[in-house]
Design a protein around this ligand. Structure first.
Ligand SMILES: [Mn+2]
Length: 256
């Protein structure tokens, strides 16, 4: 599948404080490129202030709108914790570091992308951002809030599958993966708690943790809690998620 020109796919990224830099795993960019898209990075240029009342700082809203005008699709990538202020909770002791600028830009991107029906693939933190952007909430920390859950935060190599996931028959995710069950990698201690009505759960781990979501009313709004960008070179079925994003971003057009 080749689209010409390739759809431009934005990748959100993390910030490091010292030395100051933006970063994201190369695997996201390689997966988008392998799927026929043109990956570009989206650094959050923000004030660093906590979100007042769950609203993105003004500058980040404007950034997000300007960015989306130039994109065909978006990958909300993995990363650190989402500030629970975005869903009206105080931080629990096990909450990790949060980044107001990244949160602000991603919430604004997600909300605008939803309104504009821009294709979005959410991965790990990206799934969580999609949930919170549409009014849902998260487990701030699975081990302390859901002690019966299995281990989801592993120190394995990135391409090692550590737990199974059941995929809901009839979902877009099931169609793309072509299987009712997959074994996946897992590097998260947060997870979706209250899922907004617009998003349907498409995958669960055996302990009931949400591992996949999609919005049937959107062209392509799909998210997974695992990391397909680390798995597709070993298991090509996982590239199908990126291919579907790129195809939707290209408006369904195909050449060659
Ligand atoms: Mn998991």
């Amino acid at each position: 599948m080749n689209l010409d020109p390739p759809p431009v796919i934005g990748l959100t990224c993390s910030r490091q404080a010292a030395p100051e830099r933006y970063y994201v795993s190369e695997d996201y960019a390689w997966a988008v490129a392998a799927a026929g898209g043109l990956p570009v990075l989206l650094p959050p240029v923000g004030t660093g202030r906590r979100p007042p009342g769950g609203q993105a700082p003004q500058g980040l809203e404007a950034q997000a709108a300007a960015i989306l005008r130039r994109l065909d699709g978006l990958v909300l990538t993995g990363g650190g914790d989402v500030d629970p202020a975005w869903y009206g909770e105080e931080p629990l002791p096990a909450l990790g570091p949060v980044d107001p600028a990244r949160d602000g830009l991603e919430m604004a991107l997600a909300r605008l992308a939803w309104q504009q029906d821009m294709p979005v693939l959410g991965i790990c933190r990206g799934l969580q951002v999609m949930v919170v952007a549409l009014g849902g909430s998260l487990y701030q920390d699975l081990p302390s809030q859901l002690p019966g859950a299995q281990r989801h935060h592993w120190d394995t190599a990135r391409n090692v599958a550590v737990h199974p996931v059941q995929v809901k028959p009839g979902s877009r995710l099931a169609e793309l993966l072509g299987r009712a069950a997959v074994d996946v990698n897992s590097f998260h201690h947060q997870a979706a708690k209250a899922v907004p009505a617009a998003l349907k759960v498409t995958a669960l781990s055996p302990d009931g943790v949400v591992e996949g979501l999609e919005a049937p009313e959107r062209r392509f709004w799909l998210a997974v809690q695992w990391h397909p960008e680390n798995l597709w070179e070993d298991d090509p079925e996982f590239l199908s998620l990126f291919r579907a994003l790129v195809l939707a971003a290209g408006g369904g057009r195909l050449s060659s």
